[in-house]
Design a protein around this ligand. Structure first.
Ligand code: ADP
Ligand code: MG
Length: 247
């Protein structure tokens, strides 16, 4: 498979068309490139962080393989044409962000006026509705079904698989000495088969990770305004840790 033309450049990832060996367009496959672009505050602040795309693609690829092994269907097909890309099954995305929280942090603390770092056991699941005009509001499970964004069976799948994803990712990062504070995932339906699956990514851009001293090893470093060099080395730290563990 070869890379074709650029289809969509999001805030952090770029999606490409994929061509088969005879040059025809693969209808059901995309190449997803994790880029060095970074943004915060709904895209208000942006920068370029050297090595971020590579680090994110590495983590996401390792995790998606583990999710599959744990029985979660995912969009991952194989490594892509660059060290920071992968081939994925084209999805009709569900316009929900599915958030799993093991400890309070970020917007959750601001919303309810509670301290950071309070354990939430079992993991707390939240949904936000991907809708730029309304700035991705929190949405209840019942509202998501009532509005026809998902049906009841899809809601069940989202909940069941997100708990499995949390277990797998928590163990994976635990081995690196990191605590998974929270994360965001996105699901969709395989354009070719209609199968429900995990799509998008699971990376330092889309989760919070704390080391034993409580330091962030994720995008929070950028959100709080650390220097570009520090942000870059935070993403690099993950690559180093994975290499040290022979992952
Ligand atoms: N398998 C897939 N098929 C189609 N779209 C996908 C797939 N996986 C992820 N996406 C979408 O691709 C985009 C990834 O780009 P990204 O920069 O992360 O966007 P965003 O700015 O919305 O975070 C997202 O809109 C995501 O919903
Ligand atoms: Mg994204």
């Amino acid at each position: 498979m070869k890379r074709g033309k650029k289809l969509y450049a999001g805030k952090a990832n770029t999606l490409y068309e994929v061509l088969s060996d005879d040059g025809s367009v693969e209808e059901y496959v995309l190449e997803m490139e994790s880029t060095d672009r970074i943004s915060a505050g709904d895209g208000e602040r942006t920068d370029v962080v050297k090595g971020k795309g590579y680090a994110n693609n590495l983590v996401s690829t390792l995790l998606f393989k583990l999710f599959e092994e744990a029985g979660v269907p995912t969009h991952f097909i194989s490594e892509g044409t660059t060290p920071s890309s992968k081939f994925v099954k084209k999805a009709d995305m569900i316009p929900l962000e599915v958030i799993g929280r093991n400890y309070t942090a970020g917007s959750f603390c601001r919303r309810y006026g509670v301290d950071e770092g309070i354990e939430l056991d079992p993991m707390l699941l939240e949904l936000t509705y991907k809708c730029d005009a309304s700035h991705d509001p929190l949405i209840t499970e019942h509202a998501a079904v009532a509005l026809g964004i998902i049906d009841g069976e899809t809601l069940e799948n989202i909940v069941d698989y997100t708990y499995i994803i949390n277990d797998v990712a928590t163990d994976f990062f635990d081995e690196l000495g990191l605590t998974l504070i929270d994360f965001k995932v996105e699901f969709g339906f395989d354009r070719a088969t209609g199968e429900f699956m995990l799509a998008d990514e699971f990376s330092q851009d889309t989760c919070r990770l704390h080391d034993a001293e409580g330091n962030s090893v994720d995008k929070d470093i950028f959100r709080r305004g650390d220097s570009n060099g520090e942000v870059s080395s935070t993403y690099q730290k993950m690559v180093d840790m994975l290499e040290a563990m022979n992952k």
